[in-house]
Write a protein that binds this ligand. Structure first.
Ligand SMILES: NC(=O)c1ccc[n+]([C@@H]2O[C@H](COP(=O)([O-])OP(=O)(O)OC[C@H]3O[C@@H](n4cnc5c(N)ncnc54)[C@H](OP(=O)(O)O)[C@@H]3O)[C@@H](O)[C@H]2O)c1
Length: 289
């Protein structure tokens, strides 16, 4: 397994969405890869495809990054067996729910994945990154980091952590060979849940939608040029400018209107799905009888 001669790019959450787009973009630039996701058949398929198409080395690891011991073991396995010169902390989860209705496990997973896994992977890999002539850390935050967002509550708070952590670390490493960037994308059509939520938004919000591939190309290019804060797309840069221009109370009242509607759509979809599922189950029972 030991392959410390070659350089690798490590991408978390690489089986789908933005992480997969990062993997494809890096592979097209002939970078060797270490890809992580939850146990998922998509990851193996992606690894095989990238190896064959681009003739690069790809290691896949199915790991639950919400588990402390697993994160530490995984990071130590990486440092002992590979030389990583680019770390892309992409894995993250979110959603739109009233806080009081949220399950404890849902909240805990979001905090452990979005905050703890990113922090510890960075901490454990940093001494190795510092040994190289040049290396990079890219942490995926969100435009949501720039404001409290009702009905998302925990998600923007975790993304504000990612943003502030990354900017602080960047300053600490200013005189080192490690370049540190944070990515703050707006809405991206990734998984079905996110796409349904985005489709229920206003035409204005839809103007800022970008594809995972567009974001990965922009983010990787700017990261390699050493850009600190990467906000892809003109509409997202305009939005980020206005978000920071207006008062926090104004942002919260606009956010309440937008995300109350998103929560309502999301609740209706869940209701429809459960009605369909109970209809299917009752159908099965009829057939079985
Ligand atoms: N989509 C948006 O509109 C949007 C906007 C701004 C920022 N972002 C940020 O962009 C990043 C990627 O988002 P996305 O929409 O592309 O996500 P996604 O499509 O849901 O993909 C998430 C990835 O993370 C992996 N993952 C989830 N839980 C994990 C865990 N416990 N351990 C290891 N891997 C895990 C998933 O693996 P499995 O496939 O195996 O579950 C998948 O590969 C996130 O940090 C998100 O906050 C997204």
């Amino acid at each position: 397994m030991n392959d410390t001669e070659c350089l690798y790019t490590l991408i978390t959450g690489a089986s789908t969405g933005l992480g997969k787009a990062f993997a494809e973009e890096c592979a097209s630039r002939k970078m060797n890869l270490i890809l992580i996701s939850l146990p998922n058949e998509n990851l193996d398929k992606l690894c095989e495809k990238l190896k064959q198409t681009y003739q690069i080395k790809v290691q896949c690891k199915e790991t639950d990054l919400t588990n402390l011991e697993t994160v530490v073991d995984f990071a130590n396995w990486v440092t002992q067996n590979f030389t990583v010169n680019i770390l892309i902390n992409n894995a993250g989860i979110g959603g739109t729910q009233g806080f009081a209705d949220s399950e404890i496990g849902y909240l805990d997973n979001m905090i452990q994945l979005n905050i703890r896994a990113m922090t510890l992977l960075t901490r454990i890999l940093l001494p190795e990154l510092k040994k190289l002539n040049s290396s990079y850390i890219l942490n995926v935050s969100s435009l949501a980091a720039f404001s409290p967002v009702p009905y998302k509550t925990i998600y923007p708070a975790t993304k504000a952590f990612v943003h502030h952590f990354t900017r602080g670390l960047e300053a600490e490493l200013e005189d080192s060979n490690v370049s540190v960037s944070v990515l703050n994308p707006g809405p991206i059509m990734t998984n079905a849940d996110v796409s349904t939520r985005i489709n229920g938004q206003s035409s204005y919000v839809k103007l800022s939608i970008m594809t995972p591939a567009q974001i990965a190309t922009i983010a990787l290019g700017k990261m390699l040029k050493g850009k600190s804060v990467i906000i892809p797309g003109i509409m997202n840069r305009i939005n980020a400018f206005f978000i920071r221009l207006v008062t926090e109370n104004f942002r919260i009242s606009v956010g309440t209107r937008i995300f109350k509607r998103e929560k309502k759509n999301s609740d209706e979809n869940t209701d429809n799905r459960s009605k369909q599922s109970s209809w299917k189950q009752s159908g099965k029972k009829t057939i079985a009888r």
